[in-house]
Design a protein around this ligand. Structure first.
Ligand SMILES: NC(=O)c1ccc[n+]([C@@H]2O[C@H](COP(=O)([O-])OP(=O)(O)OC[C@H]3O[C@@H](n4cnc5c(N)ncnc54)[C@H](O)[C@@H]3O)[C@@H](O)[C@H]2O)c1
Length: 373
């Protein structure tokens, strides 16, 4: 095990790669980004310039040959996570894989197995486990503030992703549930002490973005947990006004509500507009809710620092490939539920040949086509 700051390579150079690079700069004590790789000429170089990253690659496999790199983060489309994980593990480096873990349950299982075989950590990029406001809610819950908890809600909504591959179900695997619901499933599972998920019921539709995707842009999902509690997850790619992320927790002895962005924001009116309000906000004119310390409030710097400390053996991973796999299983059950119009029990085994979760909805027997507006 090495000493000093963990040397990190980032795969990808756009949205989440930028957040990762910025996060490592916010908390520079335990890790430093020494390389970035992404295929479009110039893009990785641009990220490198912005954050002072010394080495740039267009082929991530070349980056993996660098002996001093110890941890590699995957900030690339979902369909590439499994192959990248296998390549990183084979190069003997620890892995941080962004959500969702993979496209299929089988891929997720293989990723976990390959990391074990090569003796490297597979850490799962679920920042909601590190979000300060949500951590406070969990701390209170664990201290008994709400008594026995029977309902946990999490919702994440915006007007749709920033990058074309998300809309292509062959590269993303699904729409709002896959992209955003993976956070909600992970959140409820974690909040409830990783009580196993027993059933999933899901309703979804494409209401606004049918012109550009086959994926669902609205999804409602109910999870039943072995401890008797229920999780309710609402996700949308059809909600205007920028990113909206909230939780509600209900127990016999109390409740807590947390609105991650607007709850922390400055209530602002501006005729002229200004630089930046919040992720995916369409405007900064009129009434807006600019957030401050956005990445810190999300928990990404804390998450990535924790992962670097795990590489040094100073901490034990709080978000793992196994967590990502539980989420994958629930996602599959969710799409199957929406496709079949019934509650699905876990463990759920998708029929052979299903290549991505959304196929279970798109090809499901009871799917009703919602009229496009
Ligand atoms: N934790 C979060 O809240 C969060 C937020 C956004 C995205 N994500 C996840 O991060 C991942 C990336 O999403 P994004 O928003 O950054 O997408 P993006 O489109 O902004 O960036 C994708 C990057 O992947 C690179 N890429 C594509 N093919 C590649 C290849 N063969 N080799 C190396 N790089 C390749 C692209 O060049 C680009 O730099 C996705 O899995 C997404 O779900 C997580």
């Amino acid at each position: 095990m090495g000493n000093g700051r963990v040397k990190v390579g980032i795969i990808g150079s756009q949205f989440q790669a930028d957040i990762q690079a910025a996060s490592f700069q916010i908390m520079p004590h335990d890790a430093e980004v020494v390389a970035v790789a992404s295929p479009t000429p110039g893009n990785a170089a641009e990220l490198a310039k912005k954050f002072g990253i010394p080495r740039v690659y267009t082929d991530y496999r070349e980056m993996l040959k660098e002996r001093d790199i110890e941890m590699v983060t995957i900030a690339a489309p979902n369909s590439l996570h499994a192959q990248m994980t296998k390549d990183i593990a084979a190069a003997g480096k620890h892995i941080v894989c962004e959500k969702p873990l993979a496209m299929t349950i089988a891929e997720g299982e293989e990723m976990i197995a390959v990391a074990k075989r090569h003796g490297v950590l597979l850490m799962y990029g679920e920042e909601l486990f590190f979000t300060p406001k949500y951590l406070k809610a969990k701390e209170m819950a664990d201290a008994g503030a709400f008594g026995k908890i029977h309902l946990v809600k999490q919702s994440e909504k915006h007007f749709g992703p920033h990058s074309p591959w998300f809309w292509d179900v062959n590269r993303s695997g699904g729409g709002a549930l896959m992209d955003l619901g993976c956070h909600g499933i992970a959140f409820c599972y974690w909040f409830l002490g990783r009580s196993p998920i027993k059933t999933v019921y899901c309703q979804m539709g494409t209401y606004v973005h049918g012109d550009k995707t086959k994926a669902e842009d609205e999804s409602l999902c109910i999870l039943e947990f072995a401890n008797g509690a229920v999780g309710l997850i609402e996700n949308s790619w059809a909600r205007r006004g920028g990113m909206d992320d909230r939780i509600e927790v209900f127990g016999e002895a109390g409740v807590t509500y947390a609105n991650l962005h607007m709850g922390n924001a400055l209530q602002t009116f501006s005729e002229n507009g200004y630089g930046y309000a919040v992720e995916k906000a369409p405007t900064t004119k009129g009434w807006t809710y600019p957030v401050f310390e956005e990445l810190w409030n999300y928990g990404t710097p804390q998450e990535l620092t924790h992962f670097a400390r795990c590489v040094r053996g100073k901490e034990t991973p709080q978000s793992t490939g196994e967590d990502g796999l539980v989420v994958m299983q629930a996602l599959y059950a969710g799409y199957a539920s929406a496709g079949e119009g019934r509650k699905i029990s876990l463990p759920y085994q998708p029929p052979l040949g299903v290549k991505k979760p959304i196929d279970l909805w798109l090809n499901g027997p009871t799917r009703t086509q919602v009229a496009q507006r």
